[in-house]
Design a protein around this ligand. Structure first.
Ligand code: ADP
Ligand code: MG
Length: 630
């Protein structure tokens, strides 16, 4: 595959966040983050001003923030375009000094007496993002779309533009963060008017927005995004959970050391202790988003250790009042949306933004409140930057070449035993589309089933595009063929695919969400279609043989067991006939397993059918014998 060319004057999309910032670019393949490596996608929004005049931005500045509290500026976004009075409630949380500048605006005073504005701090972050964008695109980047919270007022928006100007960036458009998140999911491409909720829970802030998206009236125009309501809490985020865990740990540590009272004031402990405990706590919290329990172990010195297991249920109990507060804000936002729109809007989609939305409890409660499965397919840390890039792509014209969704361009399916793909939704189905199919296992006692989701027109998984994999685990052992696995594919109006797997006997469920069209250009889709035509006949034969192998193996196992058990009850001629048919089919299976091209599909099918027919008598005998009860 070749890379699409980069225009000479590209527009990038920037998420200038309170905690973290990112830059992304959109070409005909869709939006992608620009970074030296995937692990470095995020630039912490932290700037350190050293005495020698040098400036350190990002991960390095964050890593040493505790050493240089007064010259390290984090959360500058909280001060952007605000007066000292507006910012008063935030000051207690900032490690540096904030003073009044011109017109009582908030400014940072560094230990050496220098005064810097929040715009200048943000400009340093923007410059760092601009540099990595220029490096990865190979051209000088001078234009950007920058996102801001929906609740930002004019002064805050203007301050953001000014930061761009200071960095030498032309901010061609300011976009609301929730609008960007919706754009990243293609929510601007629907033919119908829709209402979406954007739930953004980060480290230190929470906001929820209700958007009404109205489709363009004419071809070539873009949809209209109206913010019906916003609500939130500027002091609510994942950090609160870290602090709460730290309090629990500290109380228990002090108990074990013989100091009995509860710890409420964390400030009473040295900064290094607090920092170490907070990072332990955050690690535990993050692990519990995927695991059922996690362990902490701290060496207390003098041969003593503090060891503690935290179960997800325990963390959930701790988080419940905190999640309740976000749900209360969602209720307020819905009430306000009802006032602005004159009716109670039905929410069609919920987009999850911010690292803390990886917490299962947060997803569950949000989904339950709005009554829809939240969108989680895109990384919640990256979705705003990707959406800013989509907006940039619309402005520069590159987004019109991307895949707009009226129909599903490529078939979607799941890998079955033997490596064939069972297609649940075929190419050119209109969206939304839904399909279900039943599957089972082919091995006895399987307690976990792997599901691999593919896109493409070819029959074999190896010739299709893998979209994602997940496991349905925790099944009680059952014989092959007994589990009843229902797989449902649901592509909604924005092209987001939800795959739900449900094993009906045990009630176990698992799910996966992906955006199938990200990373594919229109010409690639066409190439895939052409390719499938070329291979159609060969593919179909292979699919047929693969299915014959799987089904013949199940037959051979079942018939073989009964044959061994009841051979002495069968007359000699029938026994010989059956045994030769078993051998014939076994031969086909063996040859096909080694090289599927070496067998003729029709002969193979005949051999299978021959054995199936001949085994009817064996079945009768086995039923009769088992009724006799021996
Ligand atoms: P912000 O919007 O404040 O810039 P982010 O969206 O980057 O913040 O979210 C950061 C928060 O997300 C932190 O509190 C971090 O601990 C939390 N977080 C990140 N990944 C996970 C995870 N897998 N499980 C739970 N919390 C997570
Ligand atoms: Mg954020």
């Amino acid at each position: 595959m070749t890379k699409p060319p980069v225009p000479s004057d590209p527009i990038v999309g920037i998420d200038l966040g309170t905690t973290n910032s990112l830059v992304a670019f959109h070409d005909e393949r869709g939006p992608r983050i620009l970074a030296p490596s995937d692990a470095e996608a995020i630039v912490p929004s932290v700037v350190r001003y050293d005495d020698d005049g040098s400036v350190v931005v990002g991960a390095d500045a964050r890593a040493r923030a505790v050493e240089f509290p007064a010259s390290t500026v984090s959360s500058a976004k909280r001060l952007m375009g605000r007066s000292l009075d507006d910012a008063a409630s935030d000051l207690a949380y900032l490690s540096y000094e904030v003073v009044a500048g011109e017109h009582n605006t908030a400014r940072v005073r560094l230990p050496d007496g220098r005064i810097v504005s929040p715009q200048e701090v943000s400009a340093e972050i923007l410059r760092a993002l601009q540099q990595r964008a220029s490096a990865s695109l190979g051209v000088e980047v001078q234009k950007a779309v920058v996102t801001v919270p929906a609740y930002f007022d004019d002064a805050q928006r203007q301050a953001t533009r000014d930061a761009g100007r200071l960095a030498g960036l032309d901010v061609v458009r300011i976009v609301n963060e929730p609008t960007a998140a919706a754009l990243a999911y293609g929510l601007g491409t629907s033919q119908e008017s829709r209402t979406v909720a954007i739930y953004d829970l980060g480290g230190g802030t929470f906001d929820v927005s209700i958007l009404r998206i109205t489709p363009a009236e004419r071809e070539g125009e873009t949809s209209f995004f109206q913010v019906l309501a916003t609500a939130g809490d500027t002091r609510l985020g994942g950090d609160d959970i870290d602090q709460q865990l730290v309090r629990v740990f500290l109380t228990e540590i002090r108990e074990s050391l013989g100091v009995a009272e509860d710890v409420t004031d964390l400030d009473a402990f040295p900064a290094s202790t607090r920092r170490a405990l907070v990072s332990f706590a955050e690690a535990i919290k993050i692990r519990l988003s995927t695991e059922e329990s996690a362990q902490i172990r701290i060496d207390l010195g003098e041969g003593r250790t503090y060891e503690r297991t935290v179960a997800r249920a325990e963390l959930n109990a701790m988080m419940t009042p905190w999640v309740d507060r976000t749900i209360e804000a969602c209720k307020r936002a819905m009430r306000e949306a009802e006032r602005t729109s004159g009716e109670r809007p039905a929410v069609d989609a919920v987009v999850m933004v911010g690292g803390s939305t990886r917490i299962p409890l947060v997803r569950d409660r949000t989904g339950a409140f709005f009554g829809v499965e939240p969108y989680t397919a895109l990384d919640p840390d990256r979705v705003v930057a990707m959406g800013a890039a989509v907006q940039a792509g619309i402005l520069s014209g590159s987004a019109t070449g991307s895949l707009l969704l009226d129909v599903i361009p490529l078939s979607l399916g799941i890998e079955t035993q033997g490596g064939a793909v069972a297609k649940l939704i075929t190419a050119n189905s209109t969206v939304p589309a839904r399909a279900t199919e039943m599957f089972s296992t082919s091995v006895d006692g399987q307690t976990s089933i792997k599901l691999a989701v593919y896109q493409g027109e070819r029959e074999m998984a190896e010739d299709c595009r893998l979209l994602g994999e997940f496991h349905l685990a925790g099944l009680p052992p059952m014989p092959a063929g007994i589990p009843q696995l229902e797989v449902e594919f649901l592509v909604d109006a924005s092209g987001v695919l939800n795959v739900n797997a449900h094993e009906k006997r045990s009630g176990k469920r698992a799910q996966l969400q992906v955006v199938p069209n990200h990373g594919l250009t229109r010409s690639e889709v066409e190439a895939i279609e052409r390719d499938s035509l070329t291979h159609a006949r060969e593919d179909m034969t292979r699919h047929r043989i693969v299915d014959l192998i799987v089904n013949s193996k199940l037959d051979l196992k079942w018939i073989g067991e009964r044959f061994d058990r009841f051979a002495d009850k069968l007359d000699a001629a029938y026994r010989d006939e059956l045994s030769s048919k078993i051998e014939t089919l076994r031969g086909f299976v063996q040859n096909a397993d080694t090289d599927w091209k070496s067998v003729d599909a029709n002969e193979f099918a005949n051999a299978k059918q021959g054995l199936d027919e001949a085994s009817v008598r064996l079945q009768e005998v086995s039923i009769t014998e088992s009724l006799k009860g021996d």
